[in-house]
Design a protein around this ligand. Structure first.
Ligand code: NAD
Length: 417
């Protein structure tokens, strides 16, 4: 028997997950929740939803859907709302998948407190919580985690990771437009009012390291290490646009340098006012290095002569080669979800190419549904997610203290990991 799932937040990002959750073979029933009625209607009227959606499963508030008998909620609301909503959902007996980050607020101490509360709630309720960090399931992250498990990196030396998303949209998606759209809905208007009163008017300064998950997840999950200390430097907005004033001023770009628990160092960049949009990492090890989309390896053995060069090589795997496999029945369901004009017969022999943020969306959906069905800890659980958050929060704190070296708190590994 499968599970029932409620989609909470059907805005720009949430809509990209509906067909996948609905199509997953282990999902029997789907529900919709958004404060904007037209966003529910779109899905309620969609013929693809028909045999898993009933009219009673349309909800206009989180409070309402929390009273339902659904097994799990997928919360893809504005980033400043996540933590309290996820905690409310878990306390009402639901497993939770949340969009990133755990929470996004100007006050770092408050964000750390929410991380604490999130872990405490997972412990006290026994519900499953997963953070939907897309970069965890990009092809190179899957490939490099396999390399780490094989011990192919040798000793880790360092890592570099970056998430650059310019507000202007000159070389990609406009963050300014995204923000305006998030602030325009009923939930957005209400929460931006609170943000202005509670933080911006008090002079509490935001920085992009408070939305750190995209640049932290790769090195942390691949090296299987967390940060011990951080020093970071920020740059102030140039002032050409009121984008940063709209979101409380502060810093537009932040660069951090972490001392990791495995002895490696990690440099992270979170940039919001920069030419070019980019993401991705380089990871350096004594026996294996990932750089510019290539895997370079050296077999270190005891050399008997001066000119004996150890065995070595370079691999440039394709995205398909780097990805972990998904079960075939799940692949077939997702092929149909991506193109509903196909027949089941046609799908039978088709290859599956995952889409959505580097092909990560189908993996996130499958991991969350499987973790709930199998009653196990999801990959990006609350403890793992809190690591990404604490790193960014302390990096921003260091920026505010002009690069002071600060300790990064850690909640340890998830139980049983
Ligand atoms: N690569 C990534 O991981 C990635 C990419 C884009 C967005 N995101 C995250 O996805 C989230 C959503 O972003 P978006 O652009 O879709 O925002 P959005 O504003 O378009 O959508 C949010 C929706 O949530 C609804 N909502 C909020 N509170 C509600 C409540 N209490 N009850 C019912 N509905 C409620 C709003 O009405 C709105 O429709 C953000 O947290 C963002 O950080 C992640």
């Amino acid at each position: 028997m499968g599970i029932s799932i409620g989609m909470v937040g059907l805005g720009q990002f949430g809509r990209g997950f509906v067909n996948l959750f609905k199509a997953h073979p282990m999902v029997d029933r789907i529900a919709f929740c958004d404060m904007e009625p037209d966003r529910i209607k779109k899905w309620a009227d969609d013929p693809f939803m028909k045999h898993k959606f009933q009219a009673k499963d349309a909800y206009s508030t989180l409070d309402e859907i929390c009273k339902s008998d659904l097994d799990a909620l997928v919360i893809i609301t504005q980033p400043q709302l996540h933590a309290p909503q996820c905690i409310q959902a878990m306390k009402s007996g639901k497993h939770v998948f949340s969009a990133v980050p755990i929470i996004y607020l100007p006050d770092g101490n408050e964000m750390l407190e929410w991380c604490d509360k999130m872990i405490a709630t997972v412990k006290s309720t026994g519900q499953r919580y997963m953070l939907g960090e897309t970069s965890y399931y990009v092809p190179e992250a899957m490939f490099l985690r396999r390399k780490q498990k094989e011990g192919a990196f040798g000793r880790f030396i360092s890592a570099v990771d970056e998430y650059s998303h310019d507000y202007s949209g000159a070389h990609g998606c406009s963050l300014r437009k995204v923000q305006l759209s998030r602030d325009a809905s009923q939930a957005g208007i209400a929460s931006i009012k609170i943000m202005r009163q509670k933080y911006f008017s008090q002079g509490i300064l935001y920085g992009p390291m408070h939305y750190p998950t995209h640049s932290m997840v790769g090195p942390v999950s691949i090296m299987n290490a967390h940060a011990l200390k951080v020093s970071a430097i920020g740059t102030k907005p140039t002032g050409y646009d009121d984008y940063f004033e709209m979101s409380g001023g502060g810093f537009s770009n932040e660069t951090a340098f972490f001392h990791m628990s495995n002895g490696a160092v990690f440099s992270a960049r979170e940039y919001r006012e920069v030419t070019g949009e980019s993401g991705g990492n380089s990871i350096y090890g004594t026996c294996g290095t990932w750089r510019n989309g290539k895997w370079l390896w050296t077999k270190r053995e005891y050399n008997t002569t001066v000119d004996q060069i150890p065995a070595h090589g370079v691999e440039e795997p394709t995205a398909a080669e780097m990805r972990d496999p998904l079960p075939r029945d799940v692949q077939k369901a997702f092929i149909l979800a991506q193109d509903q004009s196909l027949t089941a017969e046609k799908v039978e022999n088709m290859d599956f190419t995952p889409h959505g943020h580097g092909g990560s969306h189908p993996y996130l959906v499958h991991e969350f549904v499987s973790a709930v069905v199998e009653n196990r800890m999801p990959t990006i659980n609350a403890w793992e997610a809190a690591r990404y958050m604490a790193m960014g929060i302390m990096a921003h704190e260091s920026v505010l203290k002009d690069g002071e070296l600060l300790k990064v708190p850690d909640w340890g590994d998830a139980p049983g990991q």
